[in-house]
Write a protein that binds this ligand. Sequence first.
Ligand code: MEV
Length: 362
Amino acid sequence: MEKNMDKKIQASVPAKVILFGEHFVVYGKRALAAAINRRLVVEVSSRERSGYHVKIANIPTFGLEMDLELGQEEGKGKALLYKDYGAATKAIAYVKESIRYLEERYGIGRGGEGVEIEIKSEIPLSAGLGSSAATCVATIAALKEFFGVGGDLEGIRNDAHNIEKAVQGAASPVDTAISTYGGYVLVEKGEVKRLRLAELNLVVGCVGSIPLSIGMDTKKASEMGLKTKKIVEGVKTRKEIFTSIFDSIFAASDEITAQAIRAIEHRDFVKLGALMNINHGLLDAIGVVPRRLSELVKMSQESGALGAKVTGAGGLDEMGGVGSVLVLSGESVDRIKAVMEIAGALVMEVKTGGEGLKTITF
Ligand code: MEV
């Protein structure tokens, strides 16, 4: 193993949007996801004091900067023992698990080296835009490079997926695949396939009032980190009660994803938009659309969007409806952006299909 601790590594990864099939993908149905031109960067460098030092800066909608120490207990052998930051942010949970995983899987980081990890992100948290997966992929890639165990993209994707599962309990490979490879990814029966499709211009509207609405309530803050887990569990419960009805809804979603890929290939945006609207209806039917996201979708549709839908895990009313919607705006982009902004959303124009993981060594 290489031991050049003076180097600095930067790993940059894209955010993602799920265009079609979120939730249904957890049960093996097809989902289509794309990278978007919003990125998260993890920088790893050496520092004089031993142990890991983590800094998270400028995450949109989170409005918080914090320094956390993952301490090393004196006199307890070589294993690192982490202080319990039960109430720490979601991002920190993924970084902690990444460090633990690398230590266990590759035996790296046990020498008590001083490691500085800094995360800079343009991806809003808990918005369904893949901030968790982006954190895992970039952290793993940067740390592996730093400790000289490098690794191919597939290995990094696999590590990051394991970490996401360990923190969340369950996760499909969609998000980590997009953060690693960029472009477009079709996931079917748990298999990841990379697709070559043309770029799309979309508008994303995020309801992201986490810190404002919960203030200093750190218990709620850590629950928010597990929002996806809670929503996925809710779908499972309802699926168990309404099995045959849900089976039909799931089959419909699978077909929507297949048709959507053809619509993108044929540049048939009217059809693509209509499929987004139907997909949104199915997500509402399985109970993952909170009022605030529902309103953003309706307002976009009324304002001339070709299609609009919730993207990612969706949201829960009792968690402030935090989450995102995806809009194929067509000609009405300015009007839709204005309407969503007036409704209090963070609005971003994005392009799909960007570059995946990029690692630079300084
Ligand atoms: C979360 O971005 C998407 C879900 O389908 C969960 C998953 O795929 O792991 C809700």
